[in-house]
Design a binder for this molecule. Structure first.
Ligand code: HEM
Length: 414
């Protein structure tokens, strides 16, 4: 069977214009969870939905080698990191990340996050207004460095927060925002390489259960230590995404404001409801648009042929908004997660499949925990006003953020 084909020599412009809706719009138009198009000068197959996600995470059929565009490695990921590996090498590297996500270390992270919110709240009470997105990024930068064992001096906080944020902000950008991300990556890699060297030369002694220790001393399958550069890239793969949680926290503040009925239930202190609320934030708000992988060997799926080497994009945003799976997907309803059966493929804000053998986000559990603590502060521990402002969230900007960055004022403790 022929895969439905979007006409046009190159449809990159449509992708830039439609953003998160580009793949979902075509899935609707073609009445198909699969279609072909041309993006950035190459043929691409786009797929979406639960069954497609299951296919995408089949390691026999897909590989990551050669999938991530250079511009993404130069800003968001770094070169040759865990995201680009396959097979036994990936499994070994992934175990390094998953080894950091122990119950004890997650408890440490929760405690650090609470402390940083308390500290920031004292500071905010002295101010007239704050931009929550900026402040949340600073909180998360402190949390990330503290948890990972990376020394962060007070006078560096602004620069390091800005750089880790700029790498994230660059992922869907062309022009200045992309270049800012590249400069930020180079500067951050220099900083972290120096710290890795200090650990290896005995100047710094991080605790053994920290990411800094793990990255500095990890050995590859061949028994050799990672290069300083590689260790820096992987440590940044811990720091940067913790800072990214600030975006979800900001979305959380918008949700509390715009859906007061759902937010009211957060005040009950019911941990399960807080979990549903966090899940709904991760489902409802856009962050990762799609993921890319290359066909490892020729195969057929549902009668469609996938040729070796072809780039395939999995629709993250559209899968989380699949009308068949998520009835009224554009309604914010945390309670829908009461009925969710925990499929690894229908709710994929941080990727799908298995954590250990696949590429699913290593930090998904900690993202949920950090968000729970943060939302508890926003909903239950502090009082504030939200002045009139433009909270619009464009589905075209990648990654998205409310236009005003969420301004709050008259902050006090509850
Ligand atoms: C991978 C999203 C937070 C570490 C991923 C992937 C996505 C994602 C979409 C790709 C999955 C795939 O390629 O199949 C997010 C979002 C986050 C977040 C939206 C929160 C805002 C975190 C945190 C950490 C983390 C807090 C660690 C501290 C990683 C790593 C990978 C990854 C190491 C690569 C896994 C691999 O290739 O095997 N994340 N993530 N992420 N994430 Fe996250």
């Amino acid at each position: 069977m022929a895969i439905p084909y979007e006409k046009g020599l190159d449809n990159t412009l449509a992708l830039l214009k439609e953003g998160y809706q580009y793949i979902p719009n075509r899935r609707r138009r073609f009445h198909s969870d699969i279609f072909q198009t041309r993006l950035l000068g190459q043929h691409v197959i786009c797929i979406g939905g639960e069954e497609a996600a299951e296919l995408f995470y089949d390691n026999e059929k897909f590989q990551r080698k050669g999938a991530a565009p250079r511009r993404i490695q130069q800003s968001l990921f770094g070169k040759n990191g865990v995201q680009t590996m396959d097979g036994a090498m990936h499994k070994h590297r992934k175990a390094l990340f998953m080894g950091l996500m122990t119950r004890d270390r997650i408890q440490d992270l929760i405690a650090i996050t609470k402390h940083q919110w308390e500290f920031s709240l004292e500071e905010w009470m002295q101010k007239d207004t704050i931009r929550l997105f900026d402040e949340a990024r600073k909180i998360m930068c402190r949390v990330a460095c503290n948890w990972a064992g990376v020394p962060l001096w007070a006078n560096e906080l602004k620069l390091r927060t800005a750089d880790l944020s700029a790498m994230i902000d660059a992922f869907g950008a062309v022009g200045p925002r992309h270049w800012k991300g590249r400069v930020a990556r180079n500067r951050t890699e220099r900083w972290i390489r120096k710290i890795i060297k200090q650990v290896r030369s005995g100047v710094l002694h991080p605790a053994e259960d920290t990411a800094l220790y793990a990255m500095a001393w990890h050995r590859n399958l061949n028994g050799k230590r990672m290069s300083t550069q590689m260790a820096a890239v992987e440590l940044i793969n811990i720091l940067r995404p913790i800072v990214a949680i600030a975006r979800y926290v900001t979305f959380g503040a918008v949700a509390i404001h715009e859906f007061p009925e759902s937010a009211g239930k957060l005040q009950s202190g019911d941990d399960l409801y807080s979990q549903y609320f966090v899940q709904e934030i991760r489902r409802y708000y856009p962050f990762g648009p799609f993921l890319g992988a290359r066909v490892r060997n020729n195969f057929s799926w549902q009668g469609y042929f996938f040729q070796k080497g072809k780039l395939v994009l999995l629709d993250i945003y559209g899968t989380n908004h699949d009308p068949e799976r998520w009835g009224d997907p554009s309604v914010f309803r945390p309670d829908r997660f009461k009925e969710w059966e925990g499929s690894p493929f229908d709710f994929i804000p941080q990727g799908g499949g298995d954590y250990h053998i696949g590429h699913r986000c290593a930090g998904e559990w900690i993202t949920v925990e950090v968000m729970k603590v943060s939302l508890d502060f926003l909903a239950n521990q502090m009082a504030y006003n939200m002045p009139k402002q433009n909270l619009n969230l464009s589905l075209v900007r990648m990654p998205p953020i409310p236009k005003s960055r969420v301004i709050i004022e008259n902050i006090s403790k509850k």
